[in-house]
Design a protein around this ligand. Structure first.
Ligand SMILES: Nc1ncnc2c1ncn2[C@@H]1O[C@H](COP(=O)(O)OP(=O)(O)OP(=O)(O)O)[C@@H](O)[C@H]1O
Ligand SMILES: [Mg+2]
Length: 254
């Protein structure tokens, strides 16, 4: 039976007021089934990060509902929401958000520490090893490259074995070898542990690791691919959308 790890209904998100008001999400309804890998794509500013933040309970939409693991976030008080986020959700931020005063290993174990647990050192080492950084455990973020910081952020999101992993461009700063390593790791979470992955990416090659691709534009889901997802198929679908506005612009044809 398919169960939904995350269900979003009629999500609207707005930033700013007056002339600076931006509708970042404009009625998004979709769901992410347990044990599946979804790639979220779309132009810069189309609402991808906002979608992830709302789905993870980090931001509240102005309208609509979010359900995670069968629980409506609106029904939860701050403490329960914090617990749900801590125990069930892993989040890889687009801007990494590592704590600059902590080493890589301390950043990775932070979610467990915040939950009052003391992870065995070998678990932290294994998490860093899985992202190819076992030898950087004692480095602070300022002593790591951008791609290395990004990989620490991935290890930190996975250490609690969350039900749902939201990853906002987790390979954006990585070369192709490191990207492959992270994408295989995310794929294995789904295939081996039935965790659910929702990943924002601009890269059709990364999207090809997913079971499904959602395309956003102007805060709406405008297209969806399931089955037969290849980098070429994804790139073709995006290219097809990019040519639509020109055709619709009513330019005179000769
Ligand atoms: N904190 C904020 N204050 C005001 N406007 C915001 C804020 N965050 C996002 N926006 C606006 O909301 C819209 C959606 O932003 P979002 O960050 O979700 O886009 P995105 O698809 O993730 O883009 P990118 O690919 O560049 O990361 C954009 O127009 C953006 O300018
Ligand atoms: Mg973004």
């Amino acid at each position: 039976m398919t169960t939904q790890a995350v269900t979003l209904t009629g999500l609207r998100a707005v930033y700013g007021t007056g002339a600076r008001r931006v509708t970042a999400l404009d009625g998004v309804t979709t769901s992410f089934a347990s044990g599946t890998f979804t790639a979220v794509m779309g132009p810069s500013g189309s609402g991808k990060s906002t979608l992830l933040h709302c789905a993870a309970g980090l931001d509240r939409p102005v309208e609509g509902t979010v359900m995670i693991d069968g629980r409506h976030l609106d029904d939860l008080g701050e403490d329960d929401l914090t617990r749900l986020r801590r125990d069930r959700i892993g989040f890889v931020f687009q801007a990494f958000n590592l704590v600059s005063t902590l080493t890589a290993a301390q950043n990775v174990e932070l979610p467990l520490r915040l939950a009052g647990r003391r992870p065995p050192a070998r678990d932290v080492t294994a998490a860093l090893d899985a992202v190819g950084l076992a030898d950087r455990a004692r480095h602070r973020p300022s002593e790591l490259s951008g791609g290395e910081q990004q990989r620490v952020a991935v290890a930190r999101a996975l250490i609690t074995r969350p039900t749902v992993v939201f990853a906002d461009e987790p390979t954006g700063a990585l070369d192709s070898a490191a990207s492959r390593q992270i994408l295989r790791l995310l794929r294995a979470l789904v295939d081996d542990h039935r965790q659910t992955v929702v990943m924002v990416t601009h890269d059709p090659t990364a999207a090809a690791y997913a079971d499904r691709v959602l395309l956003l534009a102007d805060g709406r889901v405008v297209d969806e691919l399931t089955g037969g997802i290849t980098a070429a198929a994804v790139a073709a679908r995006i290219a097809a959308r990019e040519t639509v506005p020109a055709e619709n612009a009513g330019e005179p044809s000769c």
